[in-house]
Design a protein around this ligand. Structure first.
Ligand code: KMH
Ligand code: ZN
Length: 270
């Protein structure tokens, strides 16, 4: 099996400091958090920026500041979100791609998202994919439902995405696919053979899905965006604590951990 790529999703757009007191908010805090997860074994950081009041923002300037601060500390792969929050416009969401990051997320379909709707129309999926291709940004295909795999393959047919694709199965969002193991098997069997994939299990699904991914040859995403607990009733102390647990599990299960440069090779990032 390939070495294991661990992505740390540090903040997300929805988590607040009231829910998780150790949440990073300012660019300095986010960069420090990125450095801590890098030291713990993560090779990618998935970033959502926050404004001064702690609200999610897709501001080009704030992402730029975060990117520069992270790059000054460590060689971890910077992967901004183009999903943003459900209330961001597509134009706002696309802004961090203009920084030409090595990677960025590309959500490939619309789904319910708790009490909200996460909108990704065909028109905007195509616009996002086109801009990423123009700027040489590797998309991570966010899959919240099975049909989103087909949407991604349609973008390949249209020449807007290049194979091999890299998928992130986001599982357990209320309103979308569950975090049950059978659904992970279903998704993993439904993508083209040459693809790579990672899994982001939401809440209590994070640990069992991560364990399955380690054993199946997939990759793993953890972090406060997906899960704020270490175990039932106990908040995690840090994103690094969640990464450290995956490193320990992987070692027990015979999977080595990829450095950022090894992750670049596995993901065909130039
Ligand atoms: N915050 C969600 C509505 C992504 O980062 O690309 C969307 C999301 C996906 O988090
Ligand atoms: Zn995200």
């Amino acid at each position: 099996m390939e070495k294991l790529i661990i992505t740390a999703a540090l903040t997300g757009a929805e988590v607040t400091r009231e829910l998780q007191p150790n949440l990073a908010i300012t660019p300095d805090e986010i960069a420090q958090d990125a450095y801590e997860v890098y030291k713990a074994g993560a090779s990618i950081v998935h970033i959502h920026a926050r404004d001064k009041d702690g609200n999610a923002t897709q501001s080009y300037e704030v992402y730029k500041e975060i990117k520069e601060k992270i790059e000054s500390k460590c060689p971890i792969i910077f992967q901004p979100s183009t999903g943003g929050a459900v209330w961001h416009t597509p134009e706002e969401r696309l802004q961090p791609v203009e920084l030409k990051p090595e990677m960025a997320t590309l959500s490939c379909g619309t789904c319910n998202f708790g009490n909200d709707v996460f909108m990704n129309s065909q028109e905007y999926m195509e616009k996002f994919a086109t801009r990423m291709k123009e700027l040489g940004v590797k998309p991570e295909i966010e899959v919240f439902e099975r049909g989103m795999i087909n949407n991604a393959l349609k973008l390949v047919k249209k020449g807007l995405l290049d194979s091999p694709l890299h998928f992130d199965f986001v599982m357990g969002v209320p309103g979308a696919i569950t975090g049950e193991i059978r659904d992970l098997l279903y998704l993993a069997e439904s993508i083209p053979k040459e693809s790579t994939w990672t899994v982001a299990g939401i809440g209590r699904y994070e640990l069992p899905l991560a364990t399955m991914a380690i054993m199946m040859g997939g990759h793993v995403r953890v972090g406060f965006e997906d899960n704020i607990y270490y175990k039932k009733g106990e908040l995690a102390k840090s994103n690094a604590q969640l990464v450290e647990r995956i490193v320990r599990l992987a070692k027990e299960l015979g999977r080595e951990i990829a450095t950022p440069d090894e992750a670049r090779k596995i993901l065909n990032i130039k």
